[in-house]
Design a protein around this ligand. Sequence first.
Ligand SMILES: Nc1ncnc2c1ncn2[C@@H]1O[C@H](COP(=O)(O)OP(=O)(O)OP(=O)(O)O)[C@@H](O)[C@H]1O
Length: 334
Amino acid sequence: MTALVLDDVCKAFGKVEVLRNIDLAVEDGEFVVFVGPSGCGKSTLLRVIAGLEDATSGRIAIGGQPVNGVPPAKRGIAMVFQSYALYPHLNVRDNMALGLKQEGAPRTLIAERVAEASRMLELGAYLDRRPAELSGGQRQRVAIGRAIVRQPRLFLFDEPLSNLDASLRMNTRIEIAALHRSLSAAMIYVTHDQTEAMTLADRIVVLRDGRVEQIGTPMELYNNPANRFVAGFLGAPSMNFLRAEPLGGPPGATLGIRPEHLTVGADGPLRGEVTHVEKLGGDTNILVRTEGDETLTVRVFGQYDVAVGAALRLGYDERHAFLFAQDGSRLSNR
Ligand SMILES: Nc1ncnc2c1ncn2[C@@H]1O[C@H](COP(=O)(O)OP(=O)(O)OP(=O)(O)O)[C@@H](O)[C@H]1O
């Protein structure tokens, strides 16, 4: 069964087109992540799926049922927001139960579902607390619990981790992945954090200016980006781009090489000077300004001692280099 189908979905606010001809099918149990730069339309697309905004044109089906014009509460979805959107005057138990209560679910069913969700999310000790008495991570778990109790066919997450600090983000990310495995429901997750996209997604949808640039598994997108935009968006540190012509490529073309595919070596074709070194403990990032005045990032696995100002020669394996035309389209592997 297909959890969600978007067929030629467009959305405009007045004359401003925000979503253009979006086609997408999400299978039951699939984890799909929408990524793209600020303003590309990720949240609007999620809101159109949720029914919080109407599509200007196109068809939307959830669980095989057309839902254009169907209100959010009747779409079989549950949404988790960045802002948590918890009710401050209600305790954790009542925040989680509220949606089911409003739907008129029997009390015993509500109690069962809240107990189950709070066990999954380890919230059992906090059921009588109000949101103000919880940490940010605990509040986000309550917001996720509120979605779980409704047993939706489709979960929608809008940047749920962006208010959390780095270590909590990682823990919560792992929890969300575990939750997905145990619930086996379809999930759509909006983020601008490419690490979240790479680590959580079965498939990633890369958006730009309201259009889909590419859809694929994280490794398909990483290893085989359709264009320069996708190549530059996924990967941290991001892909290096340099003029291809001095290296024997066609005029106007750009060569793309990921930082981990540049190697420091005496006979490499690129010469430059070290401008900055980031020693991360496990890895080392070296910034190099080339003779052609291009700045490259080199990722060396392990610890590497080099001083700012040192002269370096860099090489690369041609099998890992990409060639892009002036308009950003992919020409071929080098
Ligand atoms: N209600 C609205 N009225 C007019 N324009 C809107 C409205 N909501 C969103 N937009 C515009 O639509 C575009 C897409 O916004 P959206 O919030 O979907 O982007 P996003 O990719 O989620 O961005 P971010 O990562 O910054 O949250 C933006 O240019 C935004 O200004």
